[in-house]
Design a protein around this ligand. Structure first.
Ligand SMILES: [Zn+2]
Length: 81
């Protein structure tokens, strides 16, 4: 196993690659860990934005509700991705 490979994750705000090893700024959302290039990006993430909702039981319920709406109204609403 090589130790030379640096794992990086894209900053969810600006898409800059962030080294996950010794990352200074990170946030956990449900099962996912997000890495940020700078505290400003983390602040933006924490401030909200459609990708930043915590996915607890309530979040999953809202997801299901949103999917049901998609079925009923078509997926024409504002899209996150
Ligand atoms: Zn960033």
């Amino acid at each position: 196993m090589s130790q030379m490979i640096q794992r990086t994750e894209p900053c969810p705000i600006c898409q800059m690659p962030v080294k996950t090893d010794g990352a200074q700024y990170m946030e956990k959302r449900g099962e996912r860990l997000y890495f940020f290039c700078a505290p400003g990006c983390r602040d933006k993430f924490l401030a909200g934005g459609c990708c930043a909702k915590p996915k607890g039981r309530w979040g999953r319920f809202l997801d299901r509700l949103a999917r049901a709406n998609d079925k009923e109204f078509g997926a024409s609403g504002p899209s996150c991705h």
